[in-house]
Design a protein around this ligand. Structure first.
Ligand code: NOJ
Ligand code: NOJ
Length: 908
């Protein structure tokens, strides 16, 4: 037997992270070569977190350590049609038998040498042909939840490998991935119990004799004992020892893939023998193998997956996709993110979304909390309760982080900051700030978590009062204090009053007063709710053109204000118990439906992928028609919202048992039912037909999302308006969350009522809307019980450093100083992100100015100087003077701007 000759190693990290397509192609080719030449390959960067693999081994070991009677409680059903559950040593016999000789004779002969291994087979819970066999919960409670999750985790890696293979082979991805529904794979946990090595050597028992796999691909995770041998690519019959390499998986091509590729890729014989390195007297080894199998149905001919199939598969991918973008879930997708920090997308360049946005985080965690309320305790090894608890402490911490929007104390201004780094530090770059939807959405999510606690924990009143209320109250104070000031909208572009933002504010304040009452306390800022409502009801409706405006008092006037903003608002205000005329805009309200039509219509002829489709055909939708971000494209979030809001409306109509069509909603209904006239419909069949039309229309939007979901289920931010290719941020957390909520509403799962029908939510003001706000200054307090640090009223003030200097070719200006923001050094020569880069609006101006806005500890003197880095020559030129400034003292609210004339010698 020959040693050495390790298998080829291919690193697929470029597929896990968003890397350039060139990089991906290079790796894909490498992979294909390895699969062609050897058929076996070590895969690095497969995306399955190390901790998960370790846990899989630990849990398997625990299982195999159970007494045999216990294990037999999940025993493999008799026969071979259902290959699931526990196979005891000797039950299974692996062979390479062919049907040319009488199979029964061969089987008998083969069985003379028993395979000394035990195994457990697991499949998709949704595979009707092979129902899983589980242990009773009380025997081993972790077993089923962990393993069902691990099954899908493995499938994610398998999907990526199949994708890479298609890329490398130059075959359409769908050809290979299409037939894999994800539901026909098999996860097998193999255990080779200790046996005296002489038994194997003397041919009394075999571990696993030589065979090929009949799968498309098999992936293998080994513990460190080894034992796998692969037939040499050059010397038939010679088996090579494969020594495990930490953190890799072993991939091999199966017979089916060999056949699909007309023998181009190679299905190679392999076997398991005694591990080479261990005590050979007694050896034990654990192996987890996951095979990807195509669905048997589609082998003959590729069938279009039904919407139902797509949804059930995409639901799992999306829920898990969102969770994997959160720190603390042991996800390798978001390295460095602290527990509870929701990363907007793993993408670090083009665009860089590796931040925690308050909005994205709150909406994602709201979805997760609702999943918990609906009864999903875990997804794989991720406990949803832990996720929302981690989120709570992360946000309690972030509330106290001083940032470019300001501080927590005294006036709460820092709460309006839109995003942070995922390690809890502030982001100093230029941005549209503040964004006032953030605190309102976060308050609502934390109140949803509180609701979940009330549902589950008899000590809820105490827990919510002491831990949750203080953090919620900070946000409610902010909402009450600043609702009447302008801020940037949810798309981070328009400074004004956004319908979405104000809807979130209204809901938060109403919920706040209801929760306060439940906790026997009060919420003074919550009394602002009627004023917020007054604005929402009186200033946003465009009665001439029949739609709700996204923004008023906006800093730009050129837009139509047709926008997804009010649609997302109606979804956020949705309460299954509310009537269509509830004050907080409901999905079934005529204004929502009218806006839906105008907004959807604005994209019909705008995006080439929509092919000018007319109603009642659904089309891909974007944020707003004038959008230029990435040249303006359809988004997953908004197209899912177009569907979700209609499922919500349909549910409300169905609950009411009647539908009122008025002049506002008539154009919407005409699209679905051309001859409909205004009036109230109560006849069962009439109502039912309209609801069915509405749901069919909603399904149309989901079908488009299905059509533009790549085979591996990844949802990016956008869809290219011309080619239909996924675009912009990869695996966008919010896209996944939007999928989950849309699928749940379609399925009739509604979040608990937030009180849209309560007196508080419907308190209106007659006459002119008053614009007074609640003054909460000095009432903000770190929510220490929830995890805020015990800080003593920090204070930083804004100093804008201004350098007057005409840069030459290849020159960039930097600032260094003895303050942490500027790198803590006056002489650092390596400009990196701790040294601020100065920016400018206009380099060619007569007086060229460079700026760095910096929040510095109030009253603490700073020494600083400027430098220029020449990117062509790689040299640094420092000023030879040191400058000093003392940022204004705390509380006097003055910002200063320096006027520093550069002292470098002028460039030639
Ligand atoms: C980034 C924001 O997140 C996005 O919404 C916006 O369109 C672009 N910046 C351009 O302003
Ligand atoms: C851009 C979107 O416009 C904004 O709403 C979102 O917060 C960020 N991307 C991050 O996903």
């Amino acid at each position: 037997m020959s040693k050495a000759t390790a298998l080829p190693i291919v690193d697929l990290t470029p597929f896990v992270m968003s890397a350039s397509s060139d990089e991906q192609l290079a790796r894909a080719k490498h992979l294909v070569e390895a699969c062609r030449d050897v058929g076996f390959v070590f895969i690095q960067g497969h995306g399955v977190p190390k901790e998960t693999i370790q846990q899989a081994f630990e849990i398997s070991k625990k299982f195999y350590d159970l007494p045999k009677e216990e294990k037999m409680k999940a025993s493999h059903p008799p026969g071979w049609t259902v290959h699931r559950g526990y196979s005891w040593p000797g039950l299974e016999k692996v062979s390479n038998a062919t049907s040319s000789v009488d199979a029964r004779d061969i089987a008998a002969q083969l069985r003379e040498v028993q395979d000394f291994k035990e195994s457990y087979e697991i499949g998709s819970e949704d595979n009707p042909d092979m129902p899983n066999v589980w242990l009773p919960d009380e025997v081993f409670p972790e077993w089923k939840p962990f393993m069902t999750g691990f099954y899908w985790t493995c499938w994610q890696a398998a999907r990526m490998i199949l994708q890479a293979l298609s890329l490398g082979l130059g075959i359409e991805e769908d050809k290979i991935l299409g037939p894999h529904s994800g539901h026909y794979n098999q996860l097998r946990l193999l255990h080779y119990p200790p046996i005296p090595s002489s038994y194997v050597e003397d041919n009394i028992f075999a571990r696993m004799p030589a065979h090929t796999d009949w799968t498309t691909i098999t992936m293998l995770f080994q513990d460190d004992c080894g034992g796998l041998q692969v037939e040499s690519p050059t010397q038939p019959g010679v088996f090579i020892d494969i020594e495990p390499i930490p953190d890799t998986l072993v991939l091999n091509v199966g017979d089916l893939m060999m056949r699909w590729t007309d023998d181009y890729l190679k299905s190679t014989q392999h076997r398991v023998q005694l591990p080479p390195l261990q005590d050979r007297a007694i050896v034990t080894a654990l192996v987890a193998a996951a095979s990807a199998l195509p669905s048997p149905l589609v082998l003959v001919e590729r069938q279009e997956r039904s919407l139902e199939d797509y949804i059930s598969r995409q639901f799992n991918i999306s829920l898990q996709g969102a969770l994997l973008n959160i720190g603390g879930t042991n996800s390798s997708l978001v390295p460095g993110a602290l527990p509870g920090y929701v990363v907007a997308s793993p993408s670090k360049i083009n665009p860089d979304y590796f931040y925690s946005w308050t909005r994205d985080s709150a909406l994602t965690e709201l979805m997760i909390t609702d999943e918990l309320i609906f009864g999903t305790e875990r997804v794989g090894n991720i406990s949803l309760q832990t996720v929302v608890e981690d989120y709570t402490s992360a946000q309690a911490f972030l509330q106290t982080v001083t940032n470019p929007s300001g501080t927590l104390w005294p006036a709460g201004l820092g709460l309006g900051e839109p995003k942070f780094f995922t390690n809890g530090t502030r982001f100093n770059g230029a941005w549209g700030r503040p964004q006032n939807d953030g605190p309102a959405l976060r308050a609502t999510t934390l109140m949803e978590i509180s609701y979940a606690i009330f549902e589950r924990n008899p000590m809820a009143a105490q827990i919510v009062s002491s831990i949750y209320w203080p953090i919620i109250l900070n946000d409610l104070l902010y909402v009450g204090q600043y609702w009447n000031t302008t801020s940037y909208d949810l798309w981070e572009e328009v400074n004004g009053n956004s319908f979405f933002t104000m809807t979130a504010q209204h809901r938060a304040l109403v919920q706040g007063s209801l929760l306060a009452a439940r906790l026997n306390t009060t919420c003074a800022p919550c009394n602002q709710a009627p004023q917020v409502l007054c604005m929402l009801q009186n200033f946003f409706w465009n009665s001439t053109s029949n739609y709700l405006l996204a923004n008023i008092n906006a800093n730009q006037v050129t837009r139509s204000q047709i926008n997804a903003d009010p649609i997302l608002a109606a979804m956020h205000a949705f309460d299954i118990n509310a009537t269509c005329d509830a004050a907080a805009l409901q999905p079934c309200n005529s204004r929502t439906l009218a806006t839906h039509k105008v907004w959807v219509d604005s994209f019909r002829n705008l995006y080439p992928v929509n092919h000018n489709a007319t109603a009642p055909a659904a089309v891909l939708t974007g944020r707003y028609p004038e959008d230029t971000y990435y040249t303006g494209n359809p988004w997953y979030i908004t197209t899912l919202a177009a569907a979700e809001v209609l499922y919500d409306a349909a549910a409300q109509f169905s609950k009411a048992g009647s539908i009122t069509v008025d002049s506002t909603s008539l154009p919407f209904w005409r699209d679905l039912s051309p001859n409909i006239t205004a009036g109230t419909y109560t006849n069962y069949t009439a109502v039912n037909n309209l609801i069915t039309d509405m749901r069919t229309y909603a399904d149309g939007f989901l079908e488009l999302v299905q059509q533009y979901t790549p085979a591996n289920g990844t949802l990016n931010e956008q869809i290219n308006k011309t080619s239909g290719e996924p675009l912009s941020a990869i695996a966008l957390t919010w896209s996944y969350a939007a999928f989950v909520t849309a699928a749940e509403r379609r399925d009739g799962q509604f979040p608990p009522s937030w009180g849209a029908n309560s007196v508080q939510a419907n308190q209106k003001i007659n006459g002119t809307c008053p614009f007074g706000a609640y003054n909460a200054t000095t009432q903000y307090t770190p929510a220490s019980a929830a995890g805020a640090p015990n800080i003593t009223k920090p204070c930083e003030t804004l100093v804008t450093f201004q350098l007057i200097y005409q840069t030459g070719n290849g020159e960039n200006t930097y600032i260094v100083g003895n303050t942490s923001l500027f790198g803590n050094s006056l002489n650092s020569t390596s400009p990196n992100n701790t040294i601020a880069v100065l920016r400018t609006n206009n380099v060619t101006a007569a007086e060229p100015k460079w700026f760095e806005p910096a929040w510095l500890p109030a009253g603490v003197p700073v020494a600083y100087k400027y430098l220029i880095a020449n990117s062509t020559s790689g040299t640094f030129t420092f000023e030879n003077i040191t400058r000093y400034i003392t940022p204004p003292a705390c509380g006097n609210n003055t910002n200063v701007t320096t006027y520093d004339i550069a002292s470098f010698s002028p460039h030639s």
